[in-house]
Design a protein around this ligand. Structure first.
Ligand SMILES: [Zn+2]
Length: 470
């Protein structure tokens, strides 16, 4: 631990509900809060300066004299910081909590919340806390906007949410009384033919690089209006069920919402190709988890993947090779990957971030393929004029029908599960690398923190976020 031998002293803050108060899910008793705090202090070598207990007041009374005292003592340097058992035990709202933690941190004080494992004395704990609050703020905004309700209604109406996907345009079907446009279902646009060709290429075995080049050469506009395609963009496009007429958003989905651009069979053939490649291609050919997603904090250039031979394998680094850069930072690939994955896992476990169903298409694709196969076997059997006894014919037919039923049931189950928001954590671990990369990219984007960058230094202190250029 720290070479400074003086144990750090934290004020412990406990908030308790009045007798007969709430007993909901997040309710933890005074005893539990004390135990959790004591256990953490024992493990980390903190001393408790003082215990402070605050009684919850109903009626939205915002003044919390004990909390203010705890904060004052920390900011004045009378203690080294504050420890609480759980975030919602000290903060009335996410913003409230964020403000308090920022204030303490700026003053060089420690903030610990045991349940979330936030210990800002530890760089990894601080890194996790940064991401947590960014996501929490985002979620708060969504809740306030009644985002979920709006999403559900839009999906029910058959409307796509978000920017129009490449190859589609959402048409204005009516206007509000004020004259604002109301968008209806998606309609294939002039890029639809090139998109169909992209699926055909992929189904025939073309590499992602080739599909990407095709999309760029054909002048297909991305959902953001650019005509330059990236490989992640192409992966996403090929996995997007919007092209078979399905709209999906988180737990909501609707089939036959609009005119498909590709048939289900072609879509499945392209998925099968994706799965094969994910299985057969290792990190060497497809990059690593953060390839292309990590930047040099000094020159703001993109870092590239590099490797040196090591005993029993290769040692990977992300490295800045920008000619004009004075620092040319290098970071061990596993270090930064683990830090990001840890933050992601914690958010997944806390159900604050979800893997949306698109990212799970690998598994569903395989089940659909299985269903198509057994259906094909049954049809072939029924069409063929086999010289067998009626009993044998019936028996064989029953077996094949049973297989179709079982495959359908499996697919149905998986689809239902895919619609359920959780458990996503297991899903993440099962994903092939390209899909993991997508999840991580979405996760980093969802934090709204900007581009992940690395500067020279130690531990997670090196990892910072550069605001996205406007
Ligand atoms: Zn650089």
């Amino acid at each position: 631990m720290s070479p400074d031998s003086r144990p750090r002293a934290l004020d412990a803050y406990i908030r308790v509900s009045r007798v007969g108060g709430r007993a909901g899910e997040s309710y933890i008793t005074k005893r539990q809060q004390r135990d959790a705090i004591e256990r953490w202090c024992g493990l980390q070598g903190y001393e408790i300066a003082q215990w402070h207990e605050e009684e919850d007041r109903s009626g939205g009374d915002a003044s919390r004299p004990k909390w203010n005292e705890v904060k004052r003592r920390a900011l004045a340097g009378e203690t080294d910081g504050v420890i609480v058992a759980k975030l919602d035990r000290f903060a009335r709202s996410v913003i409230d909590g964020l403000k308090a933690v920022t204030e303490l941190e700026k003053a060089g004080r420690i903030f610990v919340s045991v349940a979330e494992k936030f210990d800002t004395a530890d760089p990894y704990g601080r890194f996790t806390a940064t991401i947590f609050f960014a996501l929490a703020e985002l979620e708060l905004g969504r809740i306030k906007g009644g985002w979920n309700d709006a999403k559900r209604r839009a999906i029910e109406r058959g409307c796509h949410i978000g920017p129009d996907p490449a190859g589609y345009t959402s048409a204005v079907t009516e206007h509000t009384r004020k004259g604002d446009p109301i968008y209806g279902p998606l309609v294939p646009n002039e890029d639809a033919a090139a998109i169909l060709a992209a699926f055909e290429l992929r189904a025939e075995g073309a590499s992602l690089a080739r599909v990407t080049a095709h999309l760029t050469a054909a002048g297909v506009k991305t959902s953001r209006g650019s005509t330059r395609w990236s490989m992640p963009g192409a992966i996403k496009l090929l996995a997007n069920e919007v092209y078979i007429g399905t709209i999906k958003h988180g737990e909501f989905s609707r089939e036959d919402a609009h005119e498909p651009i590709v048939t289900r069979a072609l879509f499945m053939a392209a998925q099968r190709k994706a799965e094969e490649r994910a299985r057969t291609r290792g990190p060497d050919s497809e990059g690593r988890l953060l390839s292309g997603m990590i930047w040099c904090a000094s020159c703001r250039g993109r870092m590239t993947l590099d490797h040196q031979p090591r005993e029993g394998g290769k040692y990977y680094t992300y490295r800045c090779r920008q000619p004009g850069c004075e620092i040319r930072t290098t970071v061990a690939a596993t270090k930064v990957e683990q830090a990001i994955e840890q933050a992601l896992r914690e958010r997944l476990a806390a159900e604050e971030f979800r893997i949306e169903t698109n990212a799970d298409e690998g598994g569903l694709g395989a089940l659909r393929a299985e269903l198509e196969t057994v259906k094909g076997e049954l049809e072939a059997w029924l069409e063929t004029d086999m010289r067998v006894s009626p009993e044998a014919w019936q028996k064989r037919t029953a077996v094949l029908e049973e297989r179709v039923k079982a495959a359908q049931a499996k697919l149905d189950d998986a689809e239902v599960e895919g619609l359920a928001p959780l458990p996503s954590l297991d899903k993440y671990d099962l994903l092939p690398l390209p899909l993991k990369r997508e999840v991580v990219a979405a996760f980093l984007k969802a934090t709204g923190l900007g581009r992940l960058a690395v500067k020279p230094g130690r531990d997670a202190n090196r990892f910072v976020f550069l605001p996205d250029a406007a």
